[in-house]
Design a protein. Structure first.
Length: 83
């Protein structure tokens, strides 16, 4: 074996070790921040689910997006609290 083959093999081994360590660090970060990530996913779901209603309220009742969002948010909050 030549010296270049040894360096190439060592470089590939170090790359694999680095990728494994990076994956473990990434998984540890996701595990530690799982509560925040769950709330972000829930918020994104509600944002996507309520967007058509906000659009309709904005077209028919109020013209400002913030006011339409507030009305839909309050209505959803009251509906969830009443449930």
């Amino acid at each position: 074996m030549s010296n270049a083959d040894d360096r190439s093999t060592a470089r590939q081994a170090l790359i694999v070790i680095g990728l494994v360590i990076a994956t473990l660090v990434g998984l540890a970060m996701v595990w530690e921040t799982r509560r925040v990530l769950i709330w972000v996913v829930v918020a994104a779901f509600f944002a996507v689910a309520l967007n058509p209603l906000v659009d309709r309220v904005q077209r028919r009742i109020v013209r400002r997006r913030a006011a339409a969002t507030l009305l839909v948010f309050l209505a959803a909050f009251v509906a969830l609290a009443a449930y």
